[in-house]
Ligand binder design. Structure first.
Ligand code: GEK
Ligand code: PPY
Length: 246
């Protein structure tokens, strides 16, 4: 695995973070060392697939990057007539993801689409995953996407939403950010790497609070909403559409 040194040297001008080929090359290392609980979340997406799979359904991975969640879902599907669809709007990610998926044998078809998740048609879904992707959309586009996910799900279908979050309390907000920075330091990132990446993300990644997420999920129609994981300012939620096996 190639190590992430993208922000190791001082940059005169720090450009907005983007998922280009330099990021693609180091992405598995970057996400592993930057997101507390990433591996647990990917494993749990697999466990949720075992439980929530329904025959003859689609499984969507929105902002699939290199397909970690796509693969986690595909590995666990045992019912007939299913397919996994990964979507990402970074050409570099989609290219690498496609070749990565081909390296694993499976009877379940998986497709990777180069598209914006705001324009991708979704239907007949047993499961939709947005693993740290919604936070990159413009705030005004988020509610419509969540509504479209709700509409695309079958009764009893599940949406897994993982996000970086902000606290509404300023004191604990700063504490959780500090603890995240400690986590990055412990994973070998320098002060310069931490601060330059923070600047690069400022304009492109705008986290919501848990209250905002839950209100949006509820407004879209989800009847069962829970936070199932949180470590510092990173979390994952499940939202289930009523019906089916409920
Ligand atoms: N509008 C958009 N349309 C499509 N893709 C988008 C859009 N905006 C951003 N992306 C894509 O969303 C992904 C976010 S990374 C997801 C990790 C992955 N889920 C994982 O489980 O490893 C999260 C992170 O790096 O913090 C990138 O690949 C973007 O190109
Ligand atoms: O690195 C960070 O501070 C993050 O918030 C997580 C992250 C991980 C990978 C790409 C972009 C953001």
């Amino acid at each position: 695995m190639q190590k992430d040194h993208i922000y190791a040297d001082p940059l005169g001008h720090i450009q907005d973070f983007c998922f280009d080929s330099a990021v693609v090359d180091v992405f598995p290392d970057m996400i592993q060392r930057s997101v507390p609980g990433y591996q647990t979340i990917i494993q749990t997406i697999g466990k949720l697939t075992q439980r929530y799979q329904q025959a003859d359904s689609n499984f969507y991975d929105l902002g699939c990057s290199l397909g970690a969640a796509t693969l986690a879902m595909r590995r666990q599907i045992t019912v007939p007539g299913c397919q996994v669809i990964g979507v990402d709007n970074s050409a570099a990610m989609v290219e690498r993801c496609t070749s990565h998926l081909q390296a694993f044998r499976s009877d379940v078809p998986a497709t990777v689409l180069l598209a914006d998740i705001r324009d991708t048609a979704m239907e007949n879904a047993a499961m939709v995953v947005s693993n740290f992707t919604l936070q990159f959309l413009a705030k005004e586009d988020r509610a419509r996407l969540i509504e479209r996910i709700y509409q695309a799900l079958k009764p009893g279908g599940i949406f897994v939403l993982s996000e970086k979050i902000i606290e509404t309390d300023q004191t604990t907000h700063e504490l959780l950010i500090d603890l995240h920075h400690d986590f990055k330091r412990a994973n070998g990132y320098s002060e310069l790497e931490i601060s330059q990446k923070r600047t690069a993300l400022e304009n492109v990644m705008r986290p919501d609070s848990l209250v905002e997420h839950k209100a949006r999920l509820s407004a879209a129609g989800f009847q069962h909403i829970s936070l199932w994981f949180q470590c510092f300012n990173f979390c994952s939620m499940v939202a289930i559409k009523a019906g089916g096996r409920q």
